[in-house]
Design a protein around this ligand. Sequence first.
Ligand code: UD1
Length: 334
Amino acid sequence: MTKNVIVTGGAGYIGSHTVVELVESGFTPIIIDNFSNSKPETIDRIEKICKQKIKVYNINCINEDALIKTIQWNEIDGVIHFAAYKSVSESFKKKEDYFLNNINSTKILLKIMEKYNIQSFVFSSSCTVYGNTTKLPVTEKTELTKQSSPYGETKKICEDLIFSSALKNFTILRYFNPIGAHESSLIGEEPSKTPNNLVPLICECAIGKRKQLTVYGNNYDTKDGTCVRDYIHVCDVAQAHVHALKKMMNNNKYRKLFNIGLSKGITVLELINLFEKNNNIKINYDFGKRRDGDVEKIYADCSLAQTELNWGPKKTIAKALIDAWNWEKEKKSY
Ligand code: UD1
C-alpha cells in the first residue's frame, strides 16, 4: 500500500522537487505550507508534472492544533520537514523570528510524531551547521564549529532536538548548495521575497531583471579569491529524501545524518563562468564587500550517503545551470 508522507514546506524550492520525486517513487505526499515564501500556483504545476492531484493544507507549522487535525484526518507514515526561514542575511536582522519559527515548528512536529507514533522523520538541515570549518572536505564526523549566522544556529538546535527525541527513525540531511530546477521548467526556485542565493540572482541578471551581480568578496584564501561551495542539482537533493524514507521504513531503528552535495568545491567565479559557457550568455558582475555570515570554503564528502542510502548525484553542475536558466525564461509566462 502507498505510504502517506507529510511534506512541510512542500510548495517551496526543495520541497516541491521532493514532492515530485515522492510521487514518482510511489509515495503519497501531503503538503503542509502557509505560502509565506512560496506561491500557491506551484501546486498546480507539481500536479501537472505528476499528473495527479496532491493534498495541500494551508497551515503554519507552529499551529499545533491544525497539524494534529491533519494527522487525524490522514493516516501518516512519515514526515519530511522543510518549512523554515532560510536566509542567512535576513537571520541577522530577524534573529528572534528565526528562532521562534524554525525551532518551534520542529519541536511541535517532534511532539506530535511521538504522540501519534509516526516514526519516520527526515529533517532538512544545512552544511551551515559546520560553521567556518578548516577541515575539508567535510564528513559527517567533522567537528562542528560555531555557526556563522542565527539561521545556522537554528539548524544546529533543531538537529540536537531531533537527536534527543524518542523517535526510532530519523534522517537528518545536511544539504550543501542546491541549485537548478526540474527539467520540465514547471517548478524551480521562486521565492516570493527577493532572492538571496547566487543562482537565482545570476538568472535575474541574465534575463535583465537586475543590471549586475555583486560577487561578495574577492580576497578570500581561494584560487581566485571568491568563496568555494558545493553546488548540487536540486533533483538529486530531492531524491536523497526518498532514499532516506525507504531506508527508515525498512528498519526498526535508524537514526542517522548525512551530507548531501556533489562532493566538489567550486568558486563563485567558476560558477558564473559555467553559467555563461553552458547557456551562452554574459553575466555582468562586479566585486563587493564580503557578506556577513559567509564562510570562505566548504564542500562535502558524501560517501556515507552513497554507501548507506545507496544515493548519489546523477546530474552535473552544468545541467543544473541549464535547467535554472530554462526555468527563469519559462517562469515569466506562468
Ligand atoms: C547558505 C548555506 C546553505 C543554505 C543556504 C540557504 C553556508 C555555507 N551555506 O548558502 O547551507 O542552504 O544558505 O539560503 O552557510 N554570492 C555572491 N553574490 C550574491 C549572492 C551570493 O557572491 O549576490 C556568493 C556568496 O557569497 C556565496 C555563494 O555565492 O559565496 C553562494 O551563496 P548562496 O547561494 O547565498 O548560498 P550560501 O550562502 O552558500
